[in-house]
Write a protein that binds this ligand. Structure first.
Ligand code: ADP
Length: 245
């Protein structure tokens, strides 16, 4: 049943931009054939719709790839601090455009986990991009990386992304990582969302033996935390951070 639902949802999500594109093509071939103004107005919209379809297909393919590898734990040692700094740097321009300041604080110089670098980049990108999309009004995003005791008393790394935007009402929290679930579909579409971002985040973290937790109070921002098992106590220097900010 879930599978049928998913296919129905995915088809619907793809059909919406496709219908818009077909409509514009028809208009440009028909009534607006010689209308330069209409053409200049329609082409960017058509491009945006095509981009949206491409993004959706990319996300669907990523999800299915991650699912195929779900039972394989990544075995390369990667440094979460370096990955996060790279992701945060790559989003600085977008953050500046939206008037948001991103701060990254790490409790150690390095935080090593067994992971897939590209997938973990995707996790951090999605969380920061969401904060930029839905919580820019809060003007800042605080990112904190730390190491501590996890739920099963094993050591775990936590990567916290906190924003000061509108937050999320409690009834939505348990459903946010469902595929295509959005608090506000219109807003998500306007921001170029696919509704698959947090589903991807959840699946990637599961594959790493980790998990995602979400805390929020409406009106007071939201905190998304990725928890990951650490590679092993010996490898983690746990030195006080020499750089921050
Ligand atoms: P989307 O592609 O719609 O952004 P996601 O799976 O990434 O899909 O997120 C699902 C929904 O969760 C979003 O549509 C939005 O309603 C909500 N959301 C995610 N992050 C935040 C945030 N930082 N603040 C408020 N709402 C958020």
């Amino acid at each position: 049943e879930m599978r049928a639902d998913f296919i129905a949802n995915a088809s619907h999500e793809l059909r919406t931009p496709l219908a818009a594109l077909s409509g514009f093509i028809e208009t440009l071939q028909g009534s607006a054939r010689d209308d330069t103004a209409a053409r200049l107005r329609f082409l960017p919209i058509m491009q945006a719709q095509a981009t949206r379809m491409a993004r959706l297909i990319d996300d669907l393919l990523s999800l299915s790839r991650i699912e195929l590898n779900a039972h394989l734990r990544p075995d390369k040692q990667v440094d979460l601090v370096a990955i996060m700094r790279q992701v945060a740097d790559s989003l600085q321009t977008l953050a500046r455009d939206r008037g948001v300041e991103i701060s990254v604080k790490a409790a150690a110089d390095r935080l090593l986990v067994l992971g897939d670098r590209d997938e973990l980049m995707r996790v951090f990108e999605n969380l920061i991009e969401n904060a930029l999309k839905y919580a820019a009004s809060g003007k800042r995003i605080d990112i904190a990386l730390s190491i501590g005791e996890g739920s099963k008393s094993a050591r775990e790394a936590s990567v916290r992304v906190r924003d000061y935007g509108p937050g999320i009402a409690p009834e939505h929290l348990p459903r946010l990582t469902e595929r295509f679930y959005r608090v506000d579909v219109t807003e998500s579409r306007a921001q170029g969302g696919t509704g698959l971002g947090l589903a991807l985040v959840k699946h990637i973290l599961n594959r790493h033996g980790g998990r995602l937790t979400i805390e929020s109070t409406a009106g007071q921002g939201a905190t998304f935390t990725a928890h990951l098992p650490v590679a092993g106590p010996a490898e983690n220097t746990n030195l006080p951070a020499s750089t921050s900010g």
